[in-house]
Design a protein around this ligand. Structure first.
Ligand code: G6P
Length: 613
C-alpha cells in the first residue's frame, strides 16, 4: 500500500526522502514521487514504477538536487486506487498555483462532491485521484496560517487519511495529520523525519511518536507541535523502537521472504521468551490485562483477522475449544464489522494482525469496542493502531516482517494463540500435566522448525519438479485444514499459480471434478488424528491421476506407497504440527516462485499492509 516519508532539516533532503521510500518498497506500490520546499521554491518529481526510476529521473532532470538548501520535503509510494498508475496520478499533488504539496494514504470518500465544488470555484485539477482535493481545499482555506488551513481542509474530508504537507511559503515546516492511516513522527535532534511506517525512520532515530486519529502536527527541525483537529494541544508519549535498521535488511539472503522463513526459530523463541511458567503449568500473558476471574468468566471468543492472520485465527478457534472449552468463532474481519455480530457480556474479541494496521481488522476492533466487548490484539508491530486501540493483547516480538507474503508472523501468531488457550485452559479445565505437556512442546518448537529448514534443499528439488503446474490443490483435515489454506495462499501469492486450499473431505463435493494429471495435490498427512482418513483422500486424488506431494512425519515409511513425493517434518503434537507443515509449505512456495522467476518480495497487485477496505 501507499507509503509516506517526510523530512525537515539541513540534511540532503532528496537522498533522505528517496532512501526512506526504498525502505517502504516492501509494502507494494506502482509509482513514486517527491516534493521539496526550500528557499528556491517548490520542486516536484514523479515517476511510474520503482523508486529507482524516480531516482533516475531526479538525476537526469535535477543535477544539483543534493545541494538544495535546508527545507522541508515529502515523498510517496503509490498503490493505485483512484486512477491508473500514471505519472499524473502519482503523489505529491498540488493546488494549481503550486502553493501546497500533499502526499496522502487512505481514501477520501466524498472526493467527487468536493472536487465538483472546487471546480465551480475555479480550481483546475490535473489528476484522477481522490487525494488532489486536499491541496485545493488547503489553498481555498488558507488565510496565512498553514496549520489552520490544513485543519479547515481536513474537517471537510470523509474517509481515511494519513497526510504530509509542505509549502514553499514555509520551507521550514512540515504538517502531518492522520485519521485511520498511520503517521509516525521520529524524534531527532536538529531535524525531523516522519513516515507512515517506522521502517523509514529507524535509521534516523528509535524514538517515535505515533499520531492518534485526528491529530495534526506542525513540525520544524527543532519542534513538534501536536494538536487535535479542534486546535487543542495534545501530548502523545514517545515510544522506543526495539529493533535496528539491520533487522529490516536482507542480511545476505536473496529475498526478505527467505530470510524471514529462516528467522522463525529465533522469532518463535522471542515470542515465547518469559511467557512459559512451568511452576503454574501455564502462560504469562500480562498484556492481556485479565485477572483470574476474567479467564474463568469469559464465555465466548470471537476472532477477527484477514489473510494469513485469519488462518492463524482458525487454529486459535480449535485451541480455545479443545483446551479451554470456550465456544469460539473466527471471522474474516470485513464480515465481522458489517454483519452486526452478536456480542454478549463475557465475549472477548481477539483481533489478529501482523501489521496492526489492516483497515478491516481495525474496524472490527472498533465495532467490538462499540458493543462493549473486551478486545485483545495479537500484533507484531509495536505501537500499531490495532494494538493501541485494543489496549490489551500479545505482541509477537517477531522482528520486522518485510516480505509481502507473511511467514514468521504466522508461526508466532499460532504460538501466541496456543499460549493464550493454555492460559484460559488452566483457569478453566486443563490439568497441570496437560499444561506442562503443551509447555514442553512449545519449548521444543524452535528446534523442530530448524529441522524443517535443514531439509530445504530437498523441498527445493520437489518444488522445482512441480514449478510448471498451473493449478494446485492443498488438502488437510482437523488442525491441518487451516494449514492447507495457508499453504495454498503462500503459493498463489508469490508464484501466481492458481492454488486452492480445501478440507480433504470437501474435495469430493465438487473440486474433485478438476483433478487430472496436470493438477498436483499437496496433501497434509502428518501423524496426528485424521491421518488415516487422509490416506483415503489421497487415494481418491491418485485415482484421478493427480500427482500427490505428501507432507508427512519423519519415519512414516508407509507414506511412500501413497505419494509421488514426500516432504517430511518432525513429529509434534496436533497443536504445533500445523506450524511445522506451514514452514515446509512456505519453503515449497518460495522455491516454486524462484524457479518461475517471480518478484518474490513484491508480488504483483499485493500490499504488505492493506489500509483500505
Ligand atoms: C495483506 C498481506 C497478507 C496479510 C494480510 C493481513 O493481505 O499481504 O500477508 O496476511 O494483509 O495483514 P495483517 O497485517 O493484518 O496480519
Amino acid at each position: 500500500m501507499c507509503g509516506i516519508v517526510g523530512y525537515v532539516g539541513n540534511g540532503p533532503i532528496v537522498s533522505i526522502l528517496t532512501d526512506g521510500l526504498k525502505r517502504l518498497e516492501y509494502r507494494g506500490y506502482d509509482s513514486a514521487g517527491i516534493a521539496v520546499a526550500s528557499e528556491n521554491g517548490l520542486r516536484v518529481e514523479k515517476a511510474v514504477g520503482k523508486v529507482k526510476s524516480l531516482e533516475a529521473k531526479i538525476h537526469a532532470d535535477w543535477p544539483d538536487f543534493d545541494s538544495v538548501p535546508h527545507g522541508a520535503g515529502i515523498a510517496h509510494t503509490r498503490w493505485a486506487t483512484h486512477g491508473a498508475p500514471l505519472e499524473k496520478n502519482a503523489h505529491p499533488h498540488l493546488d494549481e498555483k503550486g502553493r501546497f504539496a500533499v502526499v496522502h494514504n487512505g481514501i477520501i470518500e466524498n472526493y467527487s462532491s468536493l472536487r465538483a465544488n472546487l471546480i465551480r470555484k475555479g480550481h483546475v485539477f490535473s489528476s484522477e485521484t481522490d487525494t488532489e482535493v486536499i491541496p485545493h481545499l488547503i489553498e481555498e482555506c488558507f488565510e496565512g496560517d498553514l496549520v489552520k488551513a490544513v485543519t479547515a481542509a481536513l474537517k471537510q474530508l470523509e474517509g481515511t487519511f494519513g497526510i504530509a504537507v509542505v509549502s514553499p511559503q514555509f520551507p521550514d515546516r512540515l504538517v502531518v495529520a492522520r485519521r485511520g492511516s498511520p503517521i509516525v513522527v521520529g524524534v531527532c535532534d536538529n531535524e525531523a523525519v516522519v513516515a507512515s511506517d517506522v521502517s523509514a525512520i529507524i535509521s534516523h532515530t528509535k524514538q517515535v511518536i505515533y499520531l492518534n486519529d485526528n491529530d495534526i502536527a506542525l513540525i520544524t527541525k527543532d519542534s513538534i507541535d501536536l494538536r487535535n483537529i479542534d486546535n487543542v494541544p495534545v501530548t502523545r508519549e514517545i515510544s522506543h523502537i526495539d529493533w535496528d535498521a539491520g533487522a529490516a535488511e536482507k542480511s545476505g539472503y536473496e529475498h526478505f521472504m527467505l530470510k524471514e522463513i529462516w528467522e522463525q526459530p529465533l522469532s518463535l523463541a522471542n515470542t515465547l521468551r518469559g511467557r512459559l511458567d512451568e511452576n503454574g503449568a501455564t502462560a504469562v500473558l500480562n498484556g492481556l490485562n485479565l485477572g483470574p476471574k476474567d479467564f474463568a468468566s469469559t464465555s465466548r471468543i470471537l476472532i477477527a483477522a484477514c489473510g494469513t492472520s485469519l488462518h492463524a485465527g482458525m487454529l486459535g478457534d480449535y485451541f480455545f475449544e479443545d483446551l479451554a472449552d470456550l465456544p469460539t468463532e473466527f471471522e474474516q474481519a470485513a464480515e465481522f464489522r458489517y454483519r452486526n455480530p452478536i456480542i454478549q457480556p463475557g465475549s472477548l474479541v481477539v483481533a489478529i494482525s501482523q501489521s496492526g494496521e489492516t483497515a478491516d481488522t481495525l474496524a472490527a476492533v472498533r465495532e467490538a469496542a462499540r458493543k462493549g466487548a473486551s478486545v485483545a490484539a495479537i500484533c507484531n508491530v509495536v505501537g500499531s493502531t490495532i494494538a493501541r486501540e485494543s489496549g490489551a493483547g500479545i505482541y509477537l516480538h517477531a522482528g520486522p516482517e518485510i516480505g509481502v507474503a507473511s511467514t514468521k508472523a504466522f508461526s508466532c501468531q499460532v504460538a501466541a494463540l496456543l499460549m493464550m488457550a493454555l492460559k484460559f485452559g488452566r483457569a478453566r479445565r486443563l490439568s497441570r500435566e496437560e499444561g506442562l505437556e503443551i509447555i514442553d512442546e512449545l519449548k521444543k518448537l524452535p528446534d523442530k522448525i530448524s529441522q524443517v529448514l535443514a531439509s530445504s534443499s530437498h523441498i527445493e528439488a520437489v518444488a522445482e519438479k512441480y514449478a510448471c503446474a498451473e493449478n494446485f490443490f492443498y488438502i488437510g483435515r482437523g488442525y491441518l485444514y487451516p494449514a492447507a489454506l495457508e499453504g495454498a495462499l503462500k503459493l498463489k501469492e508469490i508464484s501466481y499459480i492458481h492454488a486452492e486450499g480445501y478440507h480433504a473431505a470437501e474435495l469430493k463435493h465438487g473440486p474433485i471434478a478438476l483433478l487430472e494429471e496436470k493438477v498436483p495435490v499437496l496433501a497434509l498427512a502428518c501423524e496426528i488424528p485424521g491421518k488415516d482418513k487422509m490416506i483415503g483422500n489421497i487415494q481418491e486424488c491418485r485415482a484421478r491421476k493427480s500427482p500427490v506431494i505428501a507432507v508427512s512425519t519423519i519415519g512414516d515409511k508407509e507414506m511412500a506407497e501413497h505419494a509421488d513425493d514426500i516432504i517430511s517434518i518432525p513429529q509434534a503434537s496436533p497443536y504445533l504440527t500445523p506450524i511445522l507443515a506451514v514452514v515446509a509449505m512456505q519453503l515449497f512456495a518460495y522455491y516454486v516462485a524462484k524457479k518461475r522467476n517471480c518478484a518474490i518480495d513484491q508480488p504483483r497487485n499485493l500490499a504488505k499492509s492493506v489500509t483500505v477496505e
